[in-house]
Design a protein around this ligand. Sequence first.
Ligand SMILES: NC(=O)c1ccc[n+]([C@@H]2O[C@H](COP(=O)([O-])OP(=O)(O)OC[C@H]3O[C@@H](n4cnc5c(N)ncnc54)[C@H](O)[C@@H]3O)[C@@H](O)[C@H]2O)c1
Length: 439
Amino acid sequence: MINFYLKSIKNQPKVHGSVCVIGLGYIGLPTAALLANRGYNVIGVDVNKKVVDIINSGNIHIKESGLDTFVRAAVESGRLKAYTEPKEADVFIIAVPTPFHENGYDIPTPNIDYVISATKSIAKYIKEGNIVILESTSPVGTTEKVAEILAQERPELFKTVNSEGKKNANHQSLIYIAHCPERVLPGKIMNELVENDRIVGGIDKISSQKAASFYKTFVSGEVLITNSKTAELCKLVENSFRDVNIAFANELSMICDKYGIDVWELRELANRHPRVNILYPGVGVGGHCIAVDPWFIVADAKKEAKLIKTAREVNNYKTEWVIEKIKNEALKFELKNKRKPIIACMGLAFKPDIDDLRESPALYITRALKQDNLNILAVEPNICEYEEFEIIDYTTAIETADIIVFLVAHKEFKSLITNHQSLLTNKQILDFCGVTKLS
Ligand SMILES: NC(=O)c1ccc[n+]([C@@H]2O[C@H](COP(=O)([O-])OP(=O)(O)OC[C@H]3O[C@@H](n4cnc5c(N)ncnc54)[C@H](O)[C@@H]3O)[C@@H](O)[C@H]2O)c1
């Protein structure tokens, strides 16, 4: 399937030009590989030399369906080369991390240090007519900040008269700067990079148009034009919408627990209402998008963003609630059996069927149980090793454990419930993600 998809991309009419992609992670590398297979000469840049070496050998350092095929083909064609320093290109795409500062206050603040250093790193390579696109999820005003930095570093590119003496009527600079947030789903990135609609917001109209024309060379979804601030807030709002809705499901799961009601049954029944669609509850919210981006709004709009802040708090509280539940069950077991139980923590990733541990509530829970001196077995079928815990095969863990805690609804766990029920006989099961209900 992915080979067919790759072939169809390569067979499209030829494109010309070069693209420099800064940051070769979950977003930058798939984008770089896609563009190279589309026909662009791509300079991939990452500050991590190990990442650069792996990519130049035609391999990948992250797990993403179909990415290996795309990267191998891109490197073998000579159209994707990775470096630790940027080079000249027609288009620059910045896809570096935008985490938050863990500053001890109750509202984390966005950390745009990587964007600032990536912008400074490309400044000396930019020429008149280039397009600079910020793809990193960013607080409102960051694209304008990118423009400010470039104006400081390269004032000659921000003149109102170009090198041929022509006046720039509608345009603040000789380069084009825009934000185009990424909204791909891990696991489906190679398809969604092409098929999703894209929002492109320039610092001025012509920047929006130039950046949109670039995306139209490889995106089959609609490319919608706006200004940079609207594009920035649009991405943050999309993730906040998800966070608020998941918070509702998580809050409901705790209310149901109080009354001894099965939240999964309740959800099914309530969703029979034609205009109700309650999402799945879980152990919290993770990943470096939904668990992070709402704070970018709250940090700057403290008085206004009350619901968004509360949703973040509810989802974080759900994780603490799960820890307390597990600890209580462990204590009951110990009182009854005069020994501490062995607890299998099933899943560490932030959501089903991926290897991404960033901001993962399941990892946080497993770590908290271990720090509380409980005997835990860490299970994550999508990861072979992890520095903090020995990763145990899931069938071994189930055979050994007294308490089996389902934290992430991975497909391996669902098939275990369907096909190997006998392994679970006489085990105490705590299912916080619906594995036993969704199988
Ligand atoms: N991962 C996703 O599913 C996803 C989805 C939508 C949006 N985003 C956003 O995209 C952005 C990138 O996320 P990601 O998941 O690709 O991050 P990532 O951590 O996987 O990769 C970022 C890469 O950038 C490199 N880097 C950091 N600073 C650099 C610099 N100055 N120059 C060159 N390389 C540098 C790092 O070494 C790393 O390899 C973030 O803003 C994120 O919020 C991510």
